[in-house]
Design a protein around this ligand. Structure first.
Ligand code: ADP
Length: 359
């Protein structure tokens, strides 16, 4: 098994620079997700690792080996795609055996490996079924078994769960993680689903416009996004530009004041873009009007999503999104209702320093 290293990888499609100088190290045994909106370059990067596309500049290593000039079939990769891609005329066991027969293994060893691989995805009793006799989730488990049977050094997954319905998708996420952990194989997952990336990965790389915007553990990228792009892509977020008032207290254009923790560089910047997650805003019985980190906001819209209530509020012409856990309200807050809100200074996160000048 191997890790993966990308050094200065760019890809120019001629009319479009799809990847810009990507530097990335994926550790051996790591579950790594490439996350980003449609068109950001995720599949392009996965296809470069796989060898289906050649980078315009840069070097790709699998393990210690520069694989730039090695064709895909010699890179010893397992791949699973969105559309299952099982051979429709072959049974489950023959699908799994396909890559092994190409390796010229003995019949006995092939049989044993197929059994092992199907046991890994808990489909031992489905060996003789045909693909059309399986559900989407089962087909995808066969595809995973087939990819792992050849004992690849790296597993590449391109949106493998996007064709499954929401409930099955969640089940398969647990299943994928279980299988990956039990085999310990270096895995790269391409997904546009932030919850999937957060719940499955050891680390996530967020791509935006061909640039690797941030690489980090799930908690890190959610709580400490590197920039506005990452903050807005992963979860919902309130962002406000502020001017220093005094100490660590800043004033927004909407007129309310926020207190942050001291800036890590010791000196408070003059103008700062802060973020505050909607679920970190609390509802108060009564807000001390005008005090720091307390506001009164007017409800514009509220919606119930089962485990939470999403409220769009307005304060001084600025929108503030609030997510309150269910069942905080006996009924949904009505449009025009005034809410007293507060938050902790630990949740006022420095997103960007806009101006470092002294007062
Ligand atoms: P993602 O997987 O993140 O949705 P892709 O890697 O497929 O994005 O594509 C990245 C960008 O490169 C997109 O803007 C896409 O339109 C462009 N692109 C993809 N393939 C080609 C191609 N063969 N020729 C020109 N542009 C391409």
């Amino acid at each position: 098994m191997s890790g993966i290293k990308l050094e200065g990888v760019s890809l120019d499609y001629g009319n479009h620079l799809a990847l810009k100088e990507v530097e990335l190290k994926i550790k051996q045994g790591e579950f790594f997700s490439l996350l980003g909106p449609s068109g950001c370059g995720k599949s392009t990067l996965l296809n470069i690792i796989a060898g289906f596309l050649e980078q315009t500049t840069g070097v790709v290593y699998i393990g210690d080996k520069d694989v730039t000039n090695i064709p895909p079939y010699k890179r010893n990769l397992g791949m699973v795609f969105q559309n299952y891609a099982l051979f429709p005329h072959l049974s489950v066991q023959d699908n799994v055996a396909y890559g092994l027969k190409n390796k010229k293994m003995s019949k006995k060893n092939v049989k044993q490996k197929v059994e092992e691989s199907l046991a890994l995805v808990q489909l031992e009793s489905y060996a003789t079924r045909m693909p059309h006799q399986l559900s989407g989730g089962q087909q995808q488990r066969v595809a995973i078994a087939r990819a792992l049977a050849i004992e690849p050094s790296v597993l590449l997954l391109d949106e493998p769960l996007s064709n499954l319905d929401a409930k099955l998708r969640k089940e398969m996420q647990f299943e994928l993680r279980r299988i990956q952990k039990s085999v310990g194989i270096t895995t790269v997952l391409v997904t546009h689903d932030q919850e999937e990336a957060l719940s499955l990965s050891d680390r996530i790389g967020i791509l935006g416009d061909g640039v690797l915007q941030q690489v980090g553990e799930p908690l890190e990228v959610y709580r400490r996004p590197a920039n506005r792009f990452v903050a807005e892509f992963i979860g919902q977020v309130n962002i406000f530009d502020t001017v220093l008032n005094e100490g660590t207290v800043y004033e927004t254009a909407a007129g309310f004041k926020v207190e942050a923790q001291p800036h890590e560089q010791g000196v408070q910047p003059k103008r700062v873009r802060f973020m505050l997650r909607p679920e970190r805003i609390f509802l108060e019985q009564d807000a001390a009007i005008g005090s720091v980190n307390h506001v009164r906001a007017v409800v514009k819209e509220s919606s119930y999503i089962g485990n939470a209530i999403r409220i769009r509020t307005e304060i001084g012409g600025m929108e503030l999104a609030v997510h309150a856990p269910d069942p905080l309200f006996p009924v949904l807050p009505a449009q025009g209702e005034e809410l007293a809100l507060s938050w902790n200074k630990e949740d006022i996160i420095y997103l960007e320093v806009l101006d470092h000048e002294d007062n």
